[in-house]
Design a protein around this ligand. Structure first.
Ligand code: ADP
Length: 456
């Protein structure tokens, strides 16, 4: 059994992992950069180790420093959280080589799914539908354009190493192609140090629907239903909900089976998510797999009553998964709003800085996962997330009304936040009627003046 875990992350997810460990009676070690000395995860973990200066590349992205910290503190396992080194196959191998368990899948599975072009090949081999597109990385602009013409416009150019919506460009015609191809490559090079791209058909007005998977080390894989993450801005998720108001029971069963089959085909262990695009006719296409815990995992926890982080730890320690597919019952609806320190009136510009007053909402059906407190200063070096507000109830309507109420109670002073924006969406008739596709935010902003948000 695992007795002590090092958490190779920061912010709310580091705190989330501390909480799971506490309930399991496992000791925790926080690592932190010089910018995160005042962080709540450092204060709440049993021990902490500073691993370097503020830039991630000198701290949270340094396997050598993290593994040294793990050796000094004598931990049995490392939980990578999301982002940073969580999908780095080499890091998973380095942990195992140092005789420390990596709480995640085997390095081989990360390799098979980590790169988007490779993930497509894996899915095709398992006879899972993928968006029509190139077989692998495209080497030249002329090759890409030829393929785009063959698939038919619009197409989307995507970075194989992509994440967080970066390195992605939608192209509507051949004239704009060269410019967008260069832009996607340059953005990918800058963000991931890897400019490789591929091309696929752009599915118009799709829904982003993803399935949560758990697999143990003994070959058992189950799914815990889906999350609808269609509410996005610039391909980045803002609001998620579960279950999806769009899926029929039949489609849910079909997609759930497909997700499990694909995970089984690579002998997947631990927690993962299979992301699909679903068009308006209910055709679904595999997009990518995240081989780690996701930001939005909490809504699945609230509708299934399964603690995913605890299961990650139990699975990594070799336990048999004690859940059966037929017993996964979904009786509630949950919504999550990601609250960022961004200014919606300045085109969502990040605004890190000191939070002078912080008061989180509470009450029936509200869960807050946040590392912030009054006096905390959000460093400019990392993402600008303040926290996640999760509300749940017996129906979608209850969850939406509760979210509106919770966001009305949330006080964050000193920095601009996305609270008023998310709150306005909860009252928007189009969202309430569950008509949201990935185009929703753009459309909402087009028809709702910013001045009106506060009054909705
Ligand atoms: P990332 O890893 O950067 O988050 P994803 O591949 O998960 O990128 O895609 C993010 C979002 O981009 C999707 O949820 C969807 O809204 C949009 N998207 C990606 N591929 C397509 C496509 N082929 N057609 C339409 N939209 C797409």
């Amino acid at each position: 059994m695992i007795k002590k875990i090092l958490i190779a992350n920061r912010g709310e997810i580091a705190l989330r992992i501390v909480r799971a460990c506490r309930e399991l009676g496992i000791k925790t070690v926080a690592v932190y950069s010089q910018a995160d000395e005042q962080s709540l995860h450092v204060q709440l973990a049993d021990e902490s180790v500073c691993i370097g200066p503020a830039p991630s590349k000198d701290s949270y992205l340094r396997p050598d420093r993290i593994i040294s910290a793990a050796e000094i503190t004598n931990v049995d396992a490392i939980h990578p959280g999301y982002g940073f080194l969580s999908e780095n196959a080499r890091f998973a191998e380095q942990c195992e080589a140092a005789n420390i368990k990596f709480i995640g899948p085997r390095a081989e599975s990360i390799r098979l799914m980590g790169d988007k072009a490779q993930a497509r090949r894996t899915a095709i081999a398992a006879k899972v539908p993928v968006v029509p597109g190139s077989d692998g990385v495209i080497e030249s602009e002329s090759e890409a354009l030829k393929l785009a013409k063959k698939i038919g416009f619009p197409v989307i150019i995507k970075a194989t190493a992509g994440g967080g919506g970066k390195g992605m460009r939608v192209v509507y015609n051949a004239v704009a192609f060269a410019r967008e191809y260069d832009a996607a490559r340059a953005e990918a090079e800058k963000a991931f140090g890897n400019g490789s791209v591929y091309v696929e058909k752009y599915i118009e007005e799709p829904r982003h629907i993803e399935f949560q998977i758990l697999g143990d080390q003994h070959g058992k894989v189950i799914h815990l239903g889906e999350r609808d993450c269609s509410i996005q801005r610039r391909h980045q998720k803002l609001i998620e909900e579960a279950p999806s108001p769009f899926l029929t029971k039949k489609l849910r069963e079909q997609m759930g089976k497909t997700a499990v089959r694909l995970a089984e085909s690579i002998g997947f262990q631990n927690a993962g998510t299979l992301e699909f695009l679903v068009d308006k006719n209910g055709n679904y296409y595999f997009m990518e797999m995240n081989t780690r815990i996701q930001v939005e995992h909490a809504i699945t926890e609230e509708i299934t009553d399964v603690d995913l982080v605890k299961y990650q730890i139990l699975i990594a320690s070799g336990q048999h998964l004690d859940l059966e597919q037929k017993n996964i019952q979904i009786t509630r609806h949950a919504i999550e709003c990601r609250i960022n320190a961004e200014d919606p009136s300045r085109n969502f510009a990040p605004c890190p800085g000191a939070i002078s007053l912080y008061y989180a909402p509470g009450g029936h059906g509200v869960r807050i996962d946040s590392h912030c407190y009054s006096g905390y200063s959000i460093p400019p070096n990392y993402d600008s997330m303040i926290g996640k507000v999760i509300t749940y109830g017996r129906s979608r309507e209850v969850a939406m009304d509760r979210m509106y109420r919770a966001l009305s109670e949330y006080i964050v002073r000193g920095v601009a936040t996305t609270i008023p924006f998310s709150r306005a969406i909860m009252r928007d008739p189009v969202f309430r009627a569950s008509g949201a596709t990935t185009r929703y935010v753009e459309e909402f902003m087009g028809r709702t003046p910013k001045e009106a948000w506060a009054t909705l």
